[in-house]
Design a protein around this ligand. Sequence first.
Ligand code: URA
Length: 244
Amino acid sequence: MEEGSLTPREELREIVTQLKNLLTFDHDLGLDAPPLSEASLSYLEKGPSMAGSLETLKEAVMDCRRCRLSQSRTQPVFGEGDPRAQLVFVGEAPGKDEDLSGRPFVGEAGRLLTRIIEKGMNLKREEVYICNVVKCRPPGNRDPQRDEIETCLPFLEKQIRLIRPKVICTLGRIAAKSLLGREFRIKAERGKWQSFMGIPLMPTFHPSYILRKPEMEKTLKGMVWSDIQAVMKRLGLEVRKNAQ
Ligand code: URA
């Protein structure tokens, strides 16, 4: 492979492999190499496992009691999808259906999001990654409060760091505001590229917003489709006419 063409993950793998070769070479020669435990050897053997790390993170989220939402939730909703997805959708917080099932975006808004992914983007839901800023349902579907967002955000940051998607698409004002760390005017600013942890971020409307405004459904869906097309172009996906 040409120099400079490695992705950060490939580069890390390369470093780990070279380190392993160096250490085992010294070890075989009986040189004064640092002792290699079985666990270190196995880690070096396999390389960093992204899926494994996401599982570890999920365990921490499932046990989390860092904020008041842990008292009223049925269960946390970690997120789901391809751990190596190129695209991550980030919503606000689980609703009732998600709280009961433990899966993100499975209610009415979720069905609309799934249609956007499958009919609009021509992808399978399992090919992207779907999660929320806040992992536990705020009671009565109220907005998550600032301290709840701040407490939960490190989980999302870690999730994004592990998945390392090419693009993030935030759904709704609160998701965009939380990731960008500033007030966000969804009507004025949706459809304009932003950045989160160096990853291009496309903010669009939340599917629930479309469902709450039936009189504007066509207009809003058109805007979301235009934002999704920008995401698809960035990912090098074919944009089909009349796909929405
Ligand atoms: N709304 C969200 O923001 N997230 C979900 O998972 C479901 C509805």
